[in-house]
Design a protein around this ligand. Structure first.
Ligand code: PLP
Length: 291
């Protein structure tokens, strides 16, 4: 892997009190063994897509990074420094049509008061199959009610924390069941989100997504698509959805940065219609964003 494909910038390091940028070799060890990013998953991240060197939904990702920091009582990220770090990494990825950047902020080294932060980027995998043939998904019970964010805020539902082991385990469960991905459902029977994506359903001219108040991550991709929806003759609506709403929908997608819009071709083994034309329109729009 070349430096251009995998560039690392350190924004905070344990030794420094103020955030600043240091270019580092992503091929060499950079993280202290006692950093709680590694030992406890105690931190936050963002993943942005980058189109020919342009980070997409940059300000929305920075806002969500700040929101996650507030939820975890982490120091507020210095927006200017993080934006500069993202732009510096993105510039190095300009030769790739599709790449991605990750920002990470951890509480730092165990016992020390300073956070650790870094930004890196690399070229994206080829998602043509997922974007055209679509995904088989299974519905999995997340084990929380839809009011978990209000009843138990310490569970950090809806924060983008580094603790994604559960999300990865859910995808492995989907694979054991012969599917590709997951849609989580609350214990009170409402559709939530995918492990790394937002759920969209089209019913007639309604393009719907569940409310983030249900303890789910507010999606930047969904938000950009909702702003464009009226151009496609669709009414964008945030509303509760049930599994039956999904099964009865004209089409369902899982949308996210990097993979963009992936149509759902089956739910729990039952075939769904893939709206190839609208999917291509969505993905054309998502790929062409320059900010
Ligand atoms: N929900 C979860 C749990 C996610 O991890 C992600 C992205 O990784 C999303 C939704 C989609 O968010 P975005 O469109 O901003 O990538």
């Amino acid at each position: 892997m070349t430096l251009a494909q995998h560039l690392l910038l350190v924004v905070h390091s344990g030794a420094e009190t103020t955030p600043h940028l240091v270019e580092a070799d992503a091929g060499l060890p950079q993280l202290a063994v006692m950093d709680v990013a590694a030992t406890r998953g105690d931190g936050i991240f963002e993943t942005l897509s980058v189109a020919s060197g342009h980070p997409q939904a940059l300000e929305a990702h920075l806002s969500r990074f700040e929101r996650s920091a507030r939820m975890l009582d982490l120091p507020a990220p210095d927006r200017g420094v993080w934006r500069d770090a993202i732009l510096a990494v993105a510039e190095r990825l300009a030769e790739y049509e599709e790449s991605w950047i990750k920002t990470v902020l951890s509480r730092g080294i165990e016992g020390q008061p300073l956070p650790t932060g870094w930004v890196y980027g690399t070229v994206s995998p080829d998602f043509r199959r997922e974007r055209t043939e679509g995904l088989g998904v299974v519905l999995l019970d997340r084990g929380y009610r839809s009011d978990v964010a209000q009843s138990s805020p310490w569970l950090l539902a809806g924060a983008k924390t580094l603790s994604y082991a559960v999300n990865r385990a859910a995808v492995r469960e989907a694979q054991r069941r012969g599917a590709d991905d997951v849609i989580f459902v609350s214990t009170d029977g409402l559709v939530l989100e995918g492990p790394t994506s937002t759920v969209l359903a089209k019913r007639g001219e309604r393009l719907s997504t569940p409310p983030s108040e249900f303890g789910i991550l507010p999606g930047t991709t969904q938000d950009d698509l909702f702003h464009a929806a009226s151009d496609w003759g669709l009414e964008a609506i945030v509303e509760p959805l049930t599994p039956d709403d999904l099964r009865g929908a004209d089409a369902v997608w899982l949308v996210s940065s990097v993979r963009h819009a992936a149509p759902v071709r089956a739910i729990d083994g039952a075939a769904m219609t893939v709206d190839a034309a609208l999917t291509a329109t969505m993905n054309g729009f998502l790929r062409s964003r320059r900010s």
